[in-house]
Design a protein around this ligand. Structure first.
Ligand code: 4HQ
Length: 230
């Protein structure tokens, strides 16, 4: 799967996504990450990409022209796919949206800075707006990284055998279960006995029960079926 990320800080996005399973997948070419800086498409003397908002008010707005040229250039050389604008006004990201988006061949993520981007760019080029949650961050980059990570890890070949995405929290609509491993300081004290029993059926049953109990306790909204994450 290919991700285009349109950002004034391409190094920030590339760096953040260069670690762990996502970083490995990009290295291997299982995922493609293409960060494009609208400043390279400014087309004006001082490479300006922002300007004062019409109507006045504080801050700056990302200009239409550089962003428009990035999309046009993507259309010519590579895939554009679905164009996603990261914004608190968008549909809130959840596992089912991630799974849906993971079926696409290509996604183009647009990261805003300042007060936002010229609405005419959004109207003309954006297919959907996605939010990572109801809070304000300073730029769309952190949100784009969340989106690439959460979608990317659903792609075949990104996770190893030992880390199937199907076993993850949320894939069954429930929270993950407590995990325990070796400790020189604690020994085996405090570890639920069943996990040391070697009885795989009993362990599975314990984990299923834990997942349900914990979800009831901590995130009853997930079970109620009223959750946004369903
Ligand atoms: N933004 N989920 C970028 C967000 C946000 C969010 C506010 C988007 C600032 C410049 N993006 N602008 N929440 O808070 O995606």
């Amino acid at each position: 799967m290919r991700f285009n990320v349109i950002t004034l800080f391409p190094d920030m996005v590339a760096e953040a996504l260069s670690y762990g399973v996502i970083g490995k997948a990009i290295e291997k070419g299982v995922l493609a990450l293409n960060c494009i800086n609208p400043r390279d498409f400014a087309g004006n003397k001082h490479n300006r990409v922002d300007d004062k908002p019409f109507g006045g008010g504080p801050g700056m707005v990302m200009m239409y022209d550089p962003l428009h040229r990035v999309i046009e250039s993507l259309k010519q050389q590579a895939d554009v796919g679905e164009v996603v604008f990261l914004s608190p006004q968008g549909k809130q990201l959840n596992q089912s949206l991630c799974n849906e988006l993971a079926t696409m061949k290509c996604l183009t993520l647009v990261c805003g800075r300042y007060e936002g981007v010229d609405q005419r760019f959004v109207d003309e080029h954006v297919d959907q707006e996605i939010s990572i949650g109801d809070y304000v961050i300073s730029g769309g980059e952190a949100a784009a990284c969340v989106v690439v990570d959460a979608i990317g890890r659903q792609i075949k070949g990104v996770l190893g055998d030992g880390e199937s995405a199907m076993n993850d929290s949320f894939m069954n609509g429930l929270l993950g279960v407590p995990q325990y491993t070796r400790s020189d300081l604690l020994g085996q004290s405090g570890v639920p006995e069943v996990l040391l029993s070697g009885h795989h059926q009993a362990i599975s049953a314990w984990r299923e029960k834990q997942a349900t109990t914990l979800t009831e306790l901590k995130r009853p909204d997930l079970l109620a079926g009223t959750s946004e994450s369903k």
